[in-house]
Design a binder for this molecule. Structure first.
Ligand code: FUC
Length: 849
């Protein structure tokens, strides 16, 4: 077994011992690591997590992303001229935004009568004309600008290499020119909130050139001898004047000279230069309608001042912070061929197999979430935060009929639970507008949000009925709140955040649902099954109907989650009783004459049978209403629907293909899931491994990463409930392992119920598994046909062989370990006591997460 821990500077550092929480998690990780070593599960994938190339990026879609959640850059790796395209995630044009039309509730009542009478086209026309306001566009996410480096030297280049190291977050370009080795490192520092470009030459005084900042319609000025200042405002011509911003870019040379000349910096005869960029905007994340009034230049100066330490320190601390997140999970699916990524991807496109690239793709998704979603900032948008367009595709906004949700599918299972935070903040930020939309447009209580929104936080339905008339976007997003609780057991989060938003969403649906006159069952509508259309009995095409399957399934999810949350909080109220009653009356999806799960409440003809959205399968994934155990007939029907979609060309956008992986994993079909992993790489992945819709859209990366995790570990099911409680959480190992991944190992995936797993498998069979209990809960551990009950204590690590036999009976958490500075941490006992008294888990002993 090969053990790669990397240089000491990337391990625990002494100064962190000051902090108890950091120490505690570091200590736990170290102890878990010790057990994994003993159990033979490797610590890190054997193939280094590096994307590398033999040539510069020819276009943006080949450049390499770095990001700290707020600031991002795409690094091209040019030689004579280098472009580093810059982003700051709050630079958005706008408002104004779509505004609701008056009289919505009366229109809705009329429309419902038409739909129940089967007059789809008439109903749709009414909704379009009288309920939906027009789109007010564009209002795009925009770039901060470009950093342009020119070294002025030409000549034959040797030894060129550009790479992105996912483990350090550093993009490096290196080459030799005229006998001198040049090296350029770019990284986004989270601790200092700056972007850093470090230039060095292998011989004294060999670094010369110019540095410019550029952005259309923005001014750039020099300041002093070493700084460039860029100021601007996001807008579209004279419309949608949005966020104001400022960036300051300072050069720190070693030897040589730096001066300002004609709005750019001139470097002369330096050995090394560190360029540090700070950026600030007036976007007010708490109250977007009230821009911040701080002096943006002063904010930049403050950040630059904090970052004015040695480049080595800056890089070391930034790498350490990055690795604290990135190294929580490793995946090894085999050795990598020693080829650059573009050649490996092209080989996959030609039909070769490269499981190591699939493992790298998985880690790249985690890397992208680390780079584009950090607490205190906006969530990852349609392009994460990497965008070069002044008018981006779909404005690079927050679509909530699949896209934003998919961005966060990997967050919990891939051990990046803390990065889910921006999603929660954003959703809660939508609530006030969502309450107004519920009241004014639909005459309902509670909150709702429709197709999409952006940092200006509006929620109205608008535009065309086919995509605009849909009320379950916000409701779908409430699922993440409940899932966060299931993974973390954070009861305070459940009380303060998950339950309140679930309640708001349930309140909306209690008012919104109406009885279907034919069945008496409660149905949602009129709404679209996201962006799809059907042909009604009269031969006309329409999109809106009553009771489409996705709506019903999402509402089932919201109601069930609300009740589950209430149970865990000990809430019994008239409200929960009414949710229970509505849940019992809720119409559920049907099965068509050909055995497929129906997308609409009736068996309509489909003009686009391979449509990219597979909305009616929500109950399979990301929902859990249908599983093989709880609803085998529905699962079989859903599977048939999926096959039909695929047979008619479905999965043709990146995110659609990524969703397929997740479905097949839930169907426990590893081969089909794998086919879709390969198809995602072959057809929907750019040479820098970013997902393409086309064009570039990041959701497929996140959906693909989540899908791979779902193939290796699932925990969405519970065992049958015992008396007076909920069934135990089922943690299923390798539920959809494909033959191509015959040998491998994974470490650090998380399961609901508060478990962290490591597994190793050989010849397609589980060889060993290690389970770390974070909350001291019980679960049913399942592999293939075998299930064992596991009772744990908080912090306990339990090891199993491939037959799920506990290899060390009575296994306990190893307490006798040391930190890097040789001191025994104060962690285990005190932290445990503190936790258990704070949350009093015993009170909820009948409940499982
Ligand atoms: C959804 C999808 C589109 C696209 C857009 C951003 O509406 O239907 O394919 O991904 O979001």
């Amino acid at each position: 077994m090969r053990l790669e821990l990397g240089p000491t500077r990337h391990l625990l550092v002494c100064n962190r011992c000051q902090s108890l929480p950091a120490l505690r998690s570091a200590g736990l990780a170290l102890a878990f690591t010790a057990v994994l070593l003993a159990s033979g599960v490797p610590l890190r994938a054997q193939s280094p997590a590096v994307l590398w190339y033999r040539q510069p990026a020819a276009k943006w879609e080949e450049a390499l992303p770095v990001g700290n959640g707020r600031l991002g850059a795409m690094v091209f790796g040019g030689v004579t001229n280098e472009r580093i395209q810059l982003n700051e995630n709050s630079i958005w044009a706008g408002p104004p935004v779509p505004e609701s039309k008056p009289g919505g509730p009366a229109v809705l009542a009329r429309a419902r009568q038409l739909f129940f009478a089967g007059k789809y086209v008439e109903g749709e026309q009414l909704v379009e004309k009288e309920l939906l306001p027009p789109a007010v566009e564009p209002r795009s996410y925009q770039p901060l600008g470009d950093l342009l480096l020119s070294c002025g030297q030409t000549g034959p280049i040797t030894g060129y290499r550009r790479e992105l190291n996912l483990d350090t977050g550093v993009a490096t370009t290196s080459y030799q020119l005229a006998g001198v080795t040049y090296r350029r490192e770019v990284f986004a520092s989270r601790p200092y909130d700056v972007l850093v470009v470090h230039l060095s030459a292998g011989a004294p005084g060999k670094l010369s050139g110019t540095v410019a900042l550029a952005r259309p319609d923005s001014e750039v000025a020099g300041q002093g001898t070493d700084t460039l200042v860029l100021r601007g405002q996001a807008e579209h011509g004279t419309q949608h004047k949005g966020v104001r911003f400022e960036a300051r870019f300072r050069a720190y040379p070693r030897q040589g000279q730096v001066r300002v000349e004609d709005h750019h910096l001139v470097l002369e005869g330096c050995d090394e230069v560190t360029l540090v960029l700070a950026a600030a905007t007036d976007y007010n994340i708490r109250t977007p309608s009230r821009p911040l009034t701080e002096n943006l230049g002063q904010v930049c100066e403050r950040r630059l001042k904090q970052a004015a330490i040695s480049e080595q320190q800056l890089q070391d601390q930034s790498i350490t912070a990055h690795q604290r997140l990135f190294r929580r999970v490793s995946l090894d699916l085999g050795a990598a061929p020693g080829l650059p990524i573009d050649e490996r991807l092209n080989a996959i496109r030609q039909g070769s197999s490269d499981p190591a690239l699939e493992a790298l793709y998985f880690q790249f998704g985690r890397y992208l979430l680390i780079g584009s979603s950090r607490p205190g900032s906006l969530p990852a948008n349609l392009q994460g935060l990497w965008n070069e367009h002044m008018q981006a595709p779909w404005n690079s906004d927050y679509h909530i009929n699949i896209n934003l949700q998919m961005n966060y599918w990997p967050a919990e299972v891939c051990n990046l639970s803390d990065l889910h935070e921006p999603f929660f903040d954003y959703l809660e930020g939508l609530e006030p507008a969502g309450r107004r939309t519920a009241r004014d447009v639909f005459g309902c209580g509670g909150f709702c949000a429709c197709l999409n929104s952006d940092p200006w936080r509006w929620t109205v339905p608008y535009g065309s009925p086919r995509w605009g008339m849909w009320v379950t976007g916000g409701a779908w997003c409430t699922q993440d709140f409940m899932e966060h609780y299931r993974f973390t057991g954070d009861l305070e989060f459940l009380r303060r955040r998950a339950y309140p938003i679930l309640k708001e969403s349930s309140l909306f649906f209690l008012d919104w649902l109406v009885p279907d006159p034919k069945t008496g069952k409660l149905v949602s509508g009129p709404t679209t099954s996201p962006e799809n259309a059907f042909i009604a009995a009269d031969g006309q095409q329409a999109s809106l109907s009553m009771g489409c399957s996705m709506d019903q399934e999402i509402i089932w999810d919201v109601f069930s989650n609300t009740l589950e949350a209430a149970r865990h909080l000990g809430i019994h109220a008239e409200f929960t009783a009414s949710v229970q009653r509505a849940l019992q009356r809720l119409a559920l999806p049907g099965i068509g004459s050909d055995g497929r799960l129906l997308e609409w409440s009736q068996e309509f003809k489909e003009p686009e049978p391979g449509h990219r959205h597979m909305s009616h399968l929500f109950a399979v994934h990301p929902g859990h209403q249908f599983t093989w155990e709880s609803a085998p007939k529905m699962m079989a029907a859903a599977r048939q629907s999926l096959e039909y979609r695929l047979a008619h060309g479905g999965g043709h956008t990146g995110w659609s293909r990524a969703w397929m992986i997740n479905f097949w994993a839930r169907f426990r079909d590893g081969e089909k899931a794998y086919e879709n992993v390969v198809a995602l790489l072959q057809r929907s992945t750019l040479l820098d491994l970013l997902d393409t819709h086309p064009p570039f859209q990041i959701d497929g990366n996140f959906g693909g990463t989540a899908g791979i995790a779902e193939m290796l570990l699932q925990s969405h099911q519970r065992a049958a409930a015992g008396q007076g409680g909920e069934g135990l959480r089922i943690v299923e190992l390798l539920p959809a392992l494909p033959t191509e991944w015959a040998n491998g190992s994974v470490r650090g995936l998380r399961a609901r119920g508060g478990f962290e797993l490591a597994m190793k498998w050989n010849g397609g069979k589980l060889a060993e598994a290690t389970l770390r209990s974070l909350l001291g809960r019980s679960c049913e551990l399942r592999y293939g046909n075998k299930t064992v009950r596991v009772d744990t204590r908080r912090g306990q690590v339990v090891r199993f062989n491939g037959a799920l036999e506990n290899t060390v009976p009575g296994d306990t958490y190893p307490r006798d370990f040391k930190t890097c500075c040789g001191q025994r941490p104060r962690n285990v006992t005190s932290a445990k006591q503190k936790h258990s008294s704070a949350t009093s888990w015993q009170k909820f002993s009948k409940l499982t997460l």
